[in-house]
Design a protein around this ligand. Structure first.
Ligand SMILES: Nc1ncnc2c1ncn2[C@@H]1O[C@H](COP(=O)(O)OP(=O)(O)OP(=O)(O)O)[C@@H](O)[C@H]1O
Ligand SMILES: [Mg+2]
Length: 277
């Protein structure tokens, strides 16, 4: 359950000013401030401070269980759907506390793509038209579907089978369909939690190309266990780590070249070189 104290909190100017070494961007689209997340009584993520700059790709790396999924689920209030999740601290979206914004709206503005493609059991067309329809858009749906599928690099493969069930697509195509579905409502941010881990190398390649293309107009936060992928697609990289007590913390955040080429924290170096994790 979301900490009730967060709900009515006004944005305080002093919280927007740099609070620590990770406050490096002037107008971050997303920001976590002193974020703690517990599941029941067990603290999973501790005191995370991170800013996500606009129209960049940020990779989130770190060993299994260090809290990467937990952190990105906070950005669009997906942790609200986990009954035992308890969050304290703040998540700001364009300097507004996400808890002050309707959760459905948060999730349209900040879309999410999961590890396993999860199209609806509907036609390809209806999958993409779903979000706009729910938002009351009745006109130009054909155009929205076409544009979204083009942006997701899927149009050519599906333009003659839009009425077919999405489950008939390959895994890679389904993942691009899920990206098209997210794009159809014009999100400002897309959160991707290991979007390629169930895909073959060619499908992975296409998603990576897509991420690079999209980043001119959308901010992308991608969780990945693939270090080469992080280097290929992201501008900035954030490394999380959990110690023996298994509480995840953000240990280093910076430009991807620095994180992979000249990490300041020994644990980051050990992780990116494959010595831990
Ligand atoms: N729904 C949940 N209920 C209880 N505990 C959870 C839940 N989700 C995550 N946790 C716990 O929180 C911690 C962080 O998990 P999280 O899934 O965020 O890690 P992760 O870095 O995404 O790991 P992976 O790389 O394996 O996906 C783990 O100890 C995990 O067991
Ligand atoms: Mg995860």
């Amino acid at each position: 359950m979301i900490n009730q104290n967060l709900k009515n909190k006004k944005i305080r100017k002093d919280l927007i000013k740099p609070v620590n070494k990770y406050s490096i961007f002037e107008n971050p689209v997303l920001e976590a401030i002193n974020l703690n997340v517990s599941y029941g009584k067990v603290l999973a993520v501790k005191d995370v401070n991170i800013q996500v700059p606009k129209n960049k790709v940020i990779s989130l790396i770190g060993p299994s269980g260090c809290g990467k999924s937990t952190l990105i689920r906070c950005f669009n209030r997906m942790n609200d759907t986990i009954r035992i999740a308890n969050i304290s601290g703040q998540i700001l979206y364009n300097k507004r506390n996400v808890t002050d914004i309707d959760p459905a709206e948060v999730r349209y503005r900040i879309g999410m793509v999961f590890q396993k493609p999860n199209p609806f059991p509907k036609s390809i067309y209806e999958n993409v038209a779903f979000g706009p329809k729910v938002n009351g858009i009745k006109e130009n749906l054909d155009q929205i579907v076409e544009t979204s599928l083009k942006k997701a690099d899927l149009w050519k493969e599906v333009k003659d089978r839009l009425k077919e069930n999405a489950y008939g697509l390959s895994g890679g195509q389904q993942q691009r369909l899920c990206i098209a579905r997210t794009l159809a409502v014009n999100p400002e941010v897309i959160l991707m939690d290991e979007p390629c881990s169930a895909l073959d190398p060619i499908s992975t390649d296409r998603i990576e190309e897509l991420i690079k293309d999209l980043s001119s107009s959308v901010t992308i936060v991608i969780v990945t266990h693939n270090m080469q992928q992080a280097v290929r697609v992201s501008d900035y990289s954030a490394c999380m780590m959990a110690g023996e007590e298994r509480i995840g913390e953000l240990i280093e955040y910076g430009e991807v070249d620095q994180i992979f080429g000249n990490p300041k924290d020994k644990r980051t170096e050990e992780y990116v070189t494959g010595r831990i994790g």
